[in-house]
Ligand binder design. Sequence first.
Ligand SMILES: NC(=O)c1ccc[n+]([C@@H]2O[C@H](COP(=O)([O-])OP(=O)(O)OC[C@H]3O[C@@H](n4cnc5c(N)ncnc54)[C@H](O)[C@@H]3O)[C@@H](O)[C@H]2O)c1
Length: 440
Amino acid sequence: MSIDRRLFLKSAIATGLALGFPAVATAQRDKVYRTALIGSGWWGTNILREAAASGRCKIVALVDVDRRQLDKCAAEVAKWVSDQPKLYEDYREMLEKEKPAIAIVATPDHWHPLAMIDAVKAGAHVYVEKPISHTIIEGRAMVKAAREAHRVVQAGTHRRVSPHNVSGRKFLQEGKAGKIGMVRCFVLYGGDGPEQPRKNVEPPKGLNWDLWCGPAPLRPFNGGMHPKGFRSYLDYGNGTLGDWGVHWLDQVLWIMERQWPKTVYSTGGRPIKGKPILTDAEQTTDAPDHQVATYEFDDLTVTWEHRQFAGNPAEKTESVGCFFYGTKGTFHMGWQKGWTFYPLGRGGQEIHEEPKLNQPDDQNIKELWSDFLSAIETGRRPISDIEEIHRSTNLSLLGMLSYKLGRSVRWDGEKEVCVGDSQANALLRREYRKPWVYPT
Ligand SMILES: NC(=O)c1ccc[n+]([C@@H]2O[C@H](COP(=O)([O-])OP(=O)(O)OC[C@H]3O[C@@H](n4cnc5c(N)ncnc54)[C@H](O)[C@@H]3O)[C@@H](O)[C@H]2O)c1
């Protein structure tokens, strides 16, 4: 960032013109945070853009195991600011050399735990993407590391600060939809038929595939896995429930002020995409093409449903969101279409609120970043604090655990164990590939 621009932004903040930062002590307000990005792909670049736009962050380093992603991200940075970040392949080297005050972790999911834990141990506050972890015990270790290091760790569930989600929460908490007895969360996209296997190929030049896989199994490479494709490979992501599910299940915990369910059951499969294939020559994805999960809380039933076929043409709301079913009507909390309340009975007027989303990609990262800096400056917990999003992530991960087991599990959310179920408890963690060590 040019000095002139930084000075302008600083004085704008001082005169209250800046992007909604709360009042903070002058010394804190003038601070510019040395900021590093770990995982310089699609979403990491989106977050970094807001870090730069805040005028409070100097971009000192970009990390990626793929040189092409690094170069692309560096070219973007050059459009926003005059900072000249150093480029790294290994985040551990970056943490040691740069000692950033803030690290953004936007790698594929299987890398979030080690990168976040190492970053807080190196003294950085961290903005880590959702789902925070790939298995539940990693998430617990992340919360512990954040607390022991006394660092702020914000997770990327920006729906907690989206204006329409905030007003929708207020509407529901004021009882305007009555008593809520059931919530149905869903993401229904796509219309594909059987999945054709892709040929395994040599990783492209510039991509360190061994480091990309890191603690997870080393699968043969194909072009569908990276970038972005990891979500549908269960070694690295947790399918649609792990990817999208966290956003909507988090909305339920946040709006209904719940912490964890008593029981979880999930079923699903790949009747449309077909059986997963993995041979030396070729492979397909292995995440379910549809899935249903049921979460039983005291006095509340929550369901999750996703489909990667047939979209959602039969319902007039959008293809994503949650329906809160109350004694006064049905409330749809959505994304690009905001929220709508459908009152019970004849003659009732629908109530609707449009969203206020930022570009690109219709998100509210700007507001979440602002909350992150404010938490660092005031020492309060951020809105998407790591412990809360650990619990939201657990809902997705317990759904996947039940899906893999093929039966329901009883969950003790206090102790974070499946009650009397050694087979289920074995799935709360997984073996890491050497030399990586599973965090505890
Ligand atoms: N909050 C949201 O709304 C939202 C939206 C999109 C993505 N995400 C999350 O962001 C994360 C990244 O997703 P994406 O779509 O940007 O994927 P992506 O593939 O575009 O980017 C991930 C990048 O991380 C790099 N990487 C892999 N291992 C690394 C390592 N050890 N060190 C540094 N870099 C490494 C990859 O090479 C890749 O460039 C995911 O966890 C995803 O769930 C969140």
